[in-house]
Design a protein around this ligand. Structure first.
Ligand code: SF4
Length: 311
């Protein structure tokens, strides 16, 4: 009697896949996403936003594989932003250093400490002592956007590649709906950078249609020795709550994440027309650092002042 093959994954249509079949399915899904949304041009200089976690490592590996077929893999560099999160980031940095070395990709590291004067841990502790109610992710997100954009520009990148997957994106969509952030919502999608400005480096997301579970399984099957720990600051955040809700819905009603993304892609043009292309969003420049900003002093400089003000 022939033995049933060892299946590792079941598609939504019920078809079961073995490990080699899943790897092919996953890679094809990523390559199709790159082609469908036209994420790369042949002359692009790409910088991968690398954290050393499973998503960004997979984005790096498959972008490298995609470009290697065209012999363009030398157009890739990696940029890691070290927030300064004790007990979490050092291990992923070590892994990122080893992985990029094996792949032959240059790795550059920028840190919050060097760029903004304090590690994330010190900033969080200081604001807590001062009784300021600002979430670590708020500080972190503000600095990361700036560090990635400025760091990518220094490396002369034409695009930044991020490891956002469908779980991140469906949470982002809901988060911005629940917070009434329609301008930010309009800028989401597999190809960010709808505000055209030479100082903004557009961002692209090759894992846009892959679930977190698929990325995890891929890294396991490929033998990538990534850590799966979550950032300690993610616990209890609004995003964390949303993640639990969406995962529960997905378990009970398969395809919910896809539906959220499809709905967003359907209405994105109307959102852009209403919230971005109406001219009310014109870009000014921060009077302190000169970066594009809608305020006189940009969010990064305001946050930097806040975390360095010891009084
Ligand atoms: S969970 Fe929050 S604090 Fe941690 S890396 Fe992400 S944005 Fe930064």
């Amino acid at each position: 009697m022939s033995e049933e093959p060892a299946y590792v994954y079941q598609l939504q249509n019920g078809k079961k896949l073995t490990a080699p079949e899943f790897v092919i399915y996953f890679e094809q899904k990523v390559f199709k996403t790159i082609r469908k949304f036209n994420l790369f041009e042949l002359d692009d200089k790409l910088v991968i936003a690398l954290s050393g976690g499973k998503d960004s490592i997979t984005a790096l590996y498959l972008t490298h594989k995609f470009l290697s077929k065209k012999n363009l893999q030398h157009n890739i560099k990696a940029l890691l932003i070290d927030e300064g999160i004790d007990g979490y980031r050092p291990a992923t940095i070590k892994f990122a250093e080893q992985f990029t070395k094996n792949l032959g990709v240059e790795l550059h590291i920028e840190s919050y400490k060097n760029n903004y004067g304090k590690t994330l841990d010190s900033s969080v502790n200081l604001l807590k002592e001062k009784g300021k109610n600002i979430s670590p992710c708020n500080i972190c997100g503000t600095f990361r956007r700036n560090a990635l954009n400025v760091g990518a520009r220094k490396l002369e990148a034409t695009k930044v590649v991020t490891g956002h997957n469908i779980d991140d994106e469906s949470q982002n969509i809901l988060l911005n709906i629940f917070k009434n952030n329609f301008k930010i919502l309009a800028r989401l999608g597999p190809f960010n950078g709808v505000v055209e400005n030479e100082l903004f480096v557009p961002r692209v997301k090759p894992l846009y249609l892959c679930t977190e579970k698929e990325v995890r399984l891929y890294t396991i099957l490929k033998g990538f020795d990534v850590g799966y720990d979550e950032c300690p600051y993610s616990r209890g955040s609004f995003r964390d709550e949303l993640s639990e809700i969406v995962n529960k819905l997905e378990d009970e009603h398969k395809g919910v994440k896809n539906s959220i993304i499809n709905f967003f892609l359907e209405i994105q043009d109307s959102l852009k027309e209403k919230y971005i292309e109406d001219g009310s969003d014109s870009i000014n420049y921060c009077t302190k650092c000169g970066e594009p900003s809608q305020r006189i002093v940009c969010n990064t400089c305001s946050m930097k002042d806040l975390v360095n003000n010891e009084n």
